[in-house]
Design a protein around this ligand. Structure first.
Ligand code: PAF
Length: 259
């Protein structure tokens, strides 16, 4: 696997691939990889000829500096996982190089006013900035995002459509731990006991509509889950139920498809 730490290395790698006419699949990440990320690498390998991942913890998308500082990192393990899963290259840029690239700002409309947009002011602006910058240098044909961050997936689709970038944005289903907890790099910050119990979030999502909302809210409270939102939204033809809150000091989000 090619480990590309500078824009110069990346540009050289990308231009060689473009010369061969092969398609590029891109999986942007913030590292501390888990099976959710690896499912995106597999999807990219299935849909495109060369897969590039990136690892960059983007400061501009953290509305809470504490969350940014505590964001878990393990580059050695990330590189081993990417290599084992036949990723062709990984781009690990510095902040200076990323910030030297042109950024865009997109009007996200209502997407920026609900759920993550409402509870994390400025978050999607930071996501749009960094993903656009990465797209401008990786120049992928397709890029892959997990549906755990479903609203982020919609934001990226809107950014690509508004800026007319010729990139297909594909989502992949949420990957879960054996108790149903949605995989997230932040899960590593839960205590062992909290992580074991945290399957209740998925159970509660699945009981929505069968049990009164107040009962579900009481259950969440009983587990010590500080609920931020539990909302249904219809995007296109997809109706989904979304949840976010703080559990054991860690902010978690999840969502499921509903009828
Ligand atoms: O989903 C993430 O890990 C990040 O938001 C992303 C897309 C890599 C941008 O920093």
């Amino acid at each position: 696997m090619n480990v590309l730490r500078t824009l110069e290395d990346l540009n050289l790698f990308v231009s060689k691939i473009k010369q061969t006419g092969k398609t590029i699949g891109f999986v942007p990440t913030m590292g501390f990889l888990h099976s959710g990320h690896i499912s995106l690498i597999h999807l990219s390998r299935k849909k495109t000829e060369v897969t590039i991942a990136s690892i960059y913890v983007n400061p501009s998308q953290f509305n809470d500096s504490n969350d940014f500082e505590k964001y878990p990192k393990n580059e050695k393990n990330d590189l081993a996982l990417l290599e084992q899963n036949s990723c062709d290259a990984v781009f690990i840029p510095t902040r200076l190089e990323i910030e030297s690239l042109k950024k865009v700002s997109v009007d996200l409309g209502d997407l920026d006013n609900v759920m993550e947009g409402r509870f994390r002011p400025g978050h999607f602006k930071g996501v749009v900035e960094v993903v656009y910058r990465l797209f401008s240098v990786v120049k992928p044909d397709k890029a892959f995002f997990g549906e755990k961050d479903f609203q982020q997936l919609l934001v990226i689709q809107k950014m690509v459509s508004d800026t007319k970038l010729p990139i297909d944005i594909l989502g992949a289903p949420v990957v879960r731990e054996s108790n149903g907890l949605a995989m997230s790099s932040r899960n590593s910050r839960l205590s062992f006991e909290a992580r074991e119990k945290a399957g209740f979030i998925f159970e509660i999502l699945n009981s929505f509509g069968q049990v009164k909302r107040s009962v579900l809210e009481n259950r969440l409270q009983g587990y010590g889950f500080e609920l931020e939102y539990l909302e249904t939204h219809c995007f296109g033809n997809q109706n989904r139920l979304f949840i976010a809150g703080v559990y054991d000091g860690v902010r978690l989000i999840d969502n499921i498809k509903i009828k």
